[in-house]
Design a protein around this ligand. Structure first.
Ligand SMILES: NC(=O)c1ccc[n+]([C@@H]2O[C@H](COP(=O)([O-])OP(=O)(O)OC[C@H]3O[C@@H](n4cnc5c(N)ncnc54)[C@H](O)[C@@H]3O)[C@@H](O)[C@H]2O)c1
Length: 370
């Protein structure tokens, strides 16, 4: 596990996935047998790794990536995006199965190189697509699969929150996110997520128009030094999907939250609508749709937000990262299906790259098959 000292590597992948799987007694396979995982922590700082290892009683850690790869069955990468390709290629060359955070690379060329290398080497490969396993999106999927919407017309997504500039309050995201030369930018970060959400729930993405903006031009880093924010911190995107569905998604680290959740997708269909967030999903059916009449001379007395109902849980929802780890490990151990491969990862990187191109050229760009 490379990059475990980072935000995602530590909390979601080590703590909430790999260690959680062991705490529940291991991963259960189809034949009922259980497999425990032996993480090898890899990173650049021996001291940080030693701290983590001691804290969680993990015997194996090293700063020697080659040695770790030689010993491991699966290589996992949650490093900064820029460091990913080189390390993952090393693991593929050593014939190891590979699982990686998104985006798999900074450019389509590199992402495709990774996918092709993994296929040629015959190793199992997977990319993190955690949002698909969020309770809110699983409930939305339940509505789609149950035919609730009729014909789906449009999707509108709002993602974002205020990321502090770092001057009078510390920033809550690492500073590399705001420097394009370090692999930052909200399009490269979020469009890969939007790609797999749209592709898996609604249809393939056929075109993109995006406007990328850097709203906050100067920020203060972890050391208290002011730096120029060279990467986009907001992106306003329109995506045309197969079947004529139009998706419009705003992504921003310069917006104050006026929603129930940090991300929300409203889906409107001929027979009903729904608003899905991380945990919840509210819906309104055709029969329950009010009939507003536009009249600015009268005060609005009807509370439209009260017309929506919540989709019930009807079950327990586990951590999305952990669910996907279990799927990937079953894919490795017993060849269970796993559609979230490096080719899917490359399509996500492609949408990010085309989004940036669309913004730079000020035009709609078609998504070609990779
Ligand atoms: N799936 C998600 O929802 C999600 C959310 C946030 C980030 N991510 C992805 O996870 C990855 C890590 O993001 P993060 O927010 O955890 O970042 P982070 O800065 O907290 O962690 C980065 C990790 O990479 C290591 N690292 C930093 N610079 C490096 C370098 N030059 N060479 C090698 N290693 C280096 C750090 O030591 C740390 O372990 C990114 O690729 C990001 O796109 C995914």
């Amino acid at each position: 596990m490379n990059g475990v000292t980072g935000r995602m590597g530590y909390r979601q992948h080590l703590l909430r996935s790999v260690l959680a799987i062991n705490e529940q007694g291991g991963l259960t396979l189809a034949d009922g047998s259980r497999v425990k995982l032996r993480p090898i922590l890899v990173g650049r700082s021996e001291a940080k790794l030693a701290d983590l290892a001691a804290k969680h009683d993990i015997p194996d850690y090293t700063t020697d990536l080659d040695a770790a790869i030689a010993e491991a069955d699966v290589y996992f990468d949650a490093q900064v995006t820029q460091a990913r390709v080189k390390a993952v290629l090393k693991a593929i060359e050593a014939g190891k199965h590979v699982y990686a955070e998104k985006p798999t690379a900074e450019t389509v060329e590199e992402a495709v190189t990774l996918a092709n290398a993994a296929t040629a080497a015959g190793v199992k490969n997977g990319v993190v697509q955690d949002k698909l396993f969020l309770p809110g999106l699983l409930k939305l999927k339940r509505l789609i699969d149950g035919g609730f919407f009729g014909r789906i017309l449009s999707v509108r997504g709002e993602f974002g929150y205020w990321v502090f500039e770092g001057d009078w309050q510390e920033a809550q995201r690492p500073s590399w996110n705001y420097r394009s030369q370090d692999g930052g930018g909200i399009i490269l970060d979020m469009f890969p997520h939007w790609h797999y959400v749209l592709e898996n729930l609604f249809g393939s993405v056929e075109s993109v128009y995006a406007k990328a903006v850097t709203h906050i031009p100067t920020r203060v880093d972890e050391q208290g030094n002011s730096y120029e924010a060279t990467a986009d911190d907001a992106a306003y995107g329109i995506f045309e999907l197969s079947g004529g569905i139009v998706a419009q998604i705003n992504s921003s680290w310069a917006v104050r939250v006026n929603r129930e959740e940090l991300v929300e997708f409203q889906v409107d269909g001929t027979h009903g609508s729904a608003v899905a967030g991380l945990r919840n999903c509210r819906f309104q059916s055709r029969a329950g749709t009010p009939k507003p009449v536009w009249n600015p001379d009268l005060p609005v007395t009807h509370r439209f937000v009260d017309d929506w109902q919540y989709v019930p849980d009807n079950g327990e929802f586990d951590n999305g990262f952990k669910i996907q780890w279990e799927m990937f490990l079953r894919h490795v151990l017993e060849d269970a299906p796993f559609p979230y491969d490096f080719a899917a990862g490359a399509r996500g990187v492609q949408l990010a790259q085309l989004g940036l191109q669309s913004s730079a050229e000020g035009r709609r760009v078609e998504v070609t098959s990779l």
